[in-house]
Design a protein around this ligand. Structure first.
Ligand code: GZL
Length: 341
């Protein structure tokens, strides 16, 4: 009889121990990060797609940072379609995730679905690009880059470079002729980079020195950038002095078109773009491009840190920009080895 009681006591002790361990392991076990109430945080993330080297680096940064932060990431790739992003956000709401983050492919059309997230009491973080809403309380924080400043930086570098190199307009006229490959139509990044470029040009000492010959979307892709540059060359070939591409991938496509047309990219046509991806550093080392203005995609750690703060009830900045620089060709070889994307 005594033996049975001892066995029953031992069994009871084991059950109690297992029950406590289970509760603690949920919050402190495999490095999982706890939101309110100690359970692992689940984040629903809607990404645009994989249109550029920059976007791939942005995705990798977010996935790695979620792993490092012990956050369970439900990742959705929208294949460049806003309706897929809206569907993904709705499914995150249905799943009851703790927090939603997304990169808005275009800046409008988000009010309804973000209102649904707010009604479900799920906080939202906007990443990389901007949204235009009737009610800014529909998101808690925005993490990204300053597209207007990037556009400003592009023009300022061009103006200094053309003066330093004492370039003369290729058509023998008095103006430098510029063609522009724009990003995705309706995206805040394309709208703001164009705005920043034109504002800086309008404020230049001698604004009349520049003439925008043509400006058209290359959809942020290498393929489309090459196609549109081919059409620019057909229409204006001998007149083009400068190419400003809203991202490096389109510039790299345009370089192929310029070479196919028998011209020297980086020499006959000065080329500047935005992102700062490795492929562009290599093109500058090869003498085929002149400058890249950095737009930092490594936003994952800041996103996860912000998500944890929001779920812990801490106050966060409504808008946080990541740091970025300007890299002309003469620093490309030295800088490339330390580039992370
Ligand atoms: C910039 C980002 C842009 C990059 C492109 O913040 O949204 O989208 O410049 C990417 O390379 O496709």
């Amino acid at each position: 009889m005594k033996k049975i009681i001892a066995l029953l006591l031992a069994a009871a002790m084991m059950i109690v121990a297992a029950g406590c361990g289970g509760g603690q392991s949920a919050s402190s076990g495999s490095g999982s990060s706890s939101g309110s109430g100690g359970k692992q945080i689940t984040m629903g993330f809607s990404q645009i797609g994989a249109e550029s080297e920059w976007r791939t680096a942005n995705t990798e940064s977010i996935k790695q940072a979620a792993k490092d932060a012990g956050i369970n990431l439900q990742f959705s790739d929208a294949q460049q379609k806003q309706e897929n992003q809206i569907k993904a956000i709705r499914s995150f709401i249905a799943q009851g995730v703790d927090i939603i983050a997304f990169v808005p492919i275009v800046e409008t059309g988000w009010d309804t679905v973000l209102k649904e997230a707010k009604d479900a009491k799920i906080p939202v973080i906007v990443v990389d690009r901007d949204v235009k809403l009737s009610d800014d309380s529909l998101y808690v924080a925005k993490i990204g880059t300053d597209s207007v400043k990037e556009g400003n930086n592009v023009f300022k570098w061009i103006d200094e470079y053309m003066a330093k190199e004492k370039k003369t307009p290729r058509d023998g006229g008095s103006q430098y002729n510029v063609v522009i490959l724009e990003g995705t139509v309706g995206s805040s990044v394309a709208i703001r980079r164009q705005e920043g470029f034109k504002d800086a040009m309008a404020k230049a000492a001698d604004a009349g020195k520049y003439n925008i010959l043509a400006s058209q979307t290359g959809e942020f892709t290498r393929q489309k950038g090459q196609e549109v540059m081919e059409s620019f060359l057909k229409s204006y070939g001998p007149k083009i002095d400068i190419l400003f591409a809203h991202n490096d991938d389109m510039a790299l496509g345009a370089i192929q078109a310029i070479e196919k047309a028998g011209l020297k990219p980086g020499k006959d046509i000065t080329i500047i773009s935005i992102d700062g991806v490795k492929g562009m550093f290599q093109a500058m080392i090869d003498g085929k491009a002149n400058c890249t203005v950095e737009c930092n995609p490594l936003q994952g750690p800041l996103l996860m840190e912000t998500a944890k703060k929001i779920l812990a009830g801490e106050k966060v900045e409504k808008l946080v920009y990541v740091d970025e620089g300007v890299f002309p060709a003469d620093v490309a070889a030295k800088t490339l080895p330390e580039r992370k994307y």
